[in-house]
Design a protein around this ligand. Structure first.
Ligand SMILES: NC(=O)c1ccc[n+]([C@@H]2O[C@H](COP(=O)([O-])OP(=O)(O)OC[C@H]3O[C@@H](n4cnc5c(N)ncnc54)[C@H](OP(=O)(O)O)[C@@H]3O)[C@@H](O)[C@H]2O)c1
Length: 234
């Protein structure tokens, strides 16, 4: 299968959780800083951007704003929308129903690991057709990959062949990571382990996972009790 190389890059608690209040505790600050440093390193070394699930994109970038779709006519075609004016560095948004409200076609963020990334929406056919007109009006490219759930393999093949994307960071959350893990498309794991145990209710690295083998390639211990674990798929 032709696809970008996928690196799942996450901050985790000691007990392997990736969501929840523990992320905003002072003892998690150093891990978060190291996470962003490593993100920039991966970008320097050839990653063409990052993938996030709809919930993470909303929490980190769109802030829960939604366009008023009554202003847009339905765009009655499931053709992919890719235009020529693309930057080559992407924020790939797994948004099956087309819920996210983007105010710009690029990510606005001070961190160079994210700021300026070209937004691309990965949709399914359950999208409201007016959302397609809205994306077109914003010049935001989109691709289709599935009827009601995103078929991860189809989406990755399209990202590779239509956009020349050869490597991407998969940056959560738990649900989207789980889809990728079950599709067996994760080539590398980059886990920044914070010295903290999470709440029982918090979500694991992979929601709904299956058994698969990885081998440890590198381990780094930082002064702040943070550990970086780097695994490759066997
Ligand atoms: N520790 C870290 O490094 C890290 C990194 C990033 C995020 N996070 C945390 O993760 C939390 C959010 O994670 P989450 O697991 O709740 O959500 P998520 O993975 O960010 O987003 C899940 C949503 O994405 C859509 N989706 C993704 N893949 C899909 C597929 N293959 N088919 C259909 N839909 C798909 C669905 O959207 P719909 O609901 O619209 O159907 C799904 O509900 C945030 O609280 C954030 O703080 C942590």
């Amino acid at each position: 299968m032709i696809k970008p190389y996928i690196i799942c890059h996450m901050v985790t608690s000691i007990d392997g959780k990736v969501t929840g209040e523990f992320l905003s505790k002072p003892s998690c600050e150093a891990a978060t800083d190291i996470y962003y440093e490593l993100n920039r390193e991966y970008n320097k070394n050839g990653a063409n951007g990052f993938i996030c699930g709809r919930v993470t994109m909303e929490g980190s970038f769109t802030g829960g704003w939604y366009p008023d779709l009554s202003e847009y006519p339905p765009y009655d075609s499931f053709d992919d929308f890719i235009h020529d004016d693309l930057s080559g560095f992407y924020a790939v948004s797994f948004d099956p129903s087309g819920k996210l409200g983007w105010k710009s076609d690029k990510i606005i963020d001070e961190d160079p690991g994210y700021g300026g990334a070209q937004v691309i929406e990965v949709l399914t056919k359950k999208v409201d057709l007016r959302y397609l007109s809205y994306l077109r009006s914003m010049n935001i490219p989109y691709i289709f990959a599935g009827e009601t759930e995103i078929d991860v393999k189809v989406s990755l093949e399209k990202l590779y062949t239509l956009l020349n994307i050869t490597a991407l960071l998969l940056e959560g959350g738990s649900i989207v990571n789980g889809y990728f893990q079950r599709a067996e498309v994760i080539d590398e794991l980059s886990l920044v382990v914070a010295p903290i145990v999470a709440d029982a209710e918090d979500k694991p690295l992979f929601m709904a996972s299956m058994v698969s083998d990885f081998e440890l390639k590198e381990i780094k211990k930082y002064k702040s009790s943070v550990t970086w674990l780097n695994y490759k798929r066997k």
